[in-house]
Design a protein around this ligand. Structure first.
Ligand code: SF4
Ligand code: SF4
Length: 200
């Protein structure tokens, strides 16, 4: 994990909460419902729980400190939301009940609007994930990780093999995608969601 900002996020834990018009307020307003992002106490449970943390340039905790510190551009350029695979593990473990996964969606959407995402990572990783959801109704970790590592992290790919084998032998990872029952209903729901988003 690298730090791509001039100010280390660890120094920002005590940054003041945003005033009206701050970036924190902007993120709160753009996230459906009450995301409770302003309730974050910087405990780090989210980063410690996140299966994608090693790929992210900032842990979720660091990213939230950067939001409080009004580091709008650095946050929207971060790879963190794009490596979020929406497992909700952080959300269920957060002692402050911050809706972390929802905030990640908000940041992705804001980064696209501001054209500040990393083109080498963002659309490609997300589109692969979306393709699996549309075709099978669930994520397919083996395919997602293999495609991403072969395309973007070829040199590091061999180092992932022991972990992959470990997950496979413990039954935590399938070698082929499994389609859910009721995929047609899911596709209808997704089509409705796309229509609703289009009408705004
Ligand atoms: S687990 Fe919750 S309170 Fe702790 S750093 Fe993450 S978002 Fe903040
Ligand atoms: S929902 Fe995203 S940020 Fe949270 S633990 Fe899962 S991958 Fe990490």
């Amino acid at each position: 994990m690298s730090n791509g900002t001039s100010v280390h996020p660890d120094t920002l834990a005590s940054a003041p909460t945003g005033a009206p018009g701050s970036f924190l307020d902007e993120v709160l307003a753009a996230t459906p419902g009450d995301s409770r992002l302003d309730m974050c106490i910087q405990c780090g449970t989210c980063g410690g729980s996140c299966p994608s943390a090693s790929d992210m340039d900032h842990t979720p905790r660091q990213l939230f400190a950067m939001i409080r510190a009004d580091m709008r551009e650095a946050v929207l350029r971060s790879s963190t939301p794009w490596y979020c695979v929406s497992c909700y593990y952080c959300t269920v473990r957060c002692p402050q009940e911050v809706h972390i996964t929802d905030v990640m969606y908000t940041l992705k959407s804001m980064a696209i609007r501001a054209k500040l995402y990393d083109e080498a990572i963002a659309p490609d990783f997300s589109q692969t994930f979306i393709d699996y959801i549309e075709n099978y109704g669930r994520s397919f970790e083996f395919g997602l990780a293999t495609r991403h590592n072969l395309k973007h992290r070829l040199r590091q790919a061999p180092s992932m093999i022991p972990m992959g084998l470990g997950m496979f032998t413990k039954g935590r990872m399938d070698l082929t995608p499994q389609r859910i029952e009721g995929i047609d209903q899911l596709r209808s729901i997704l089509a409705c969601a796309i229509e609703l988003e289009a009408v705004g």
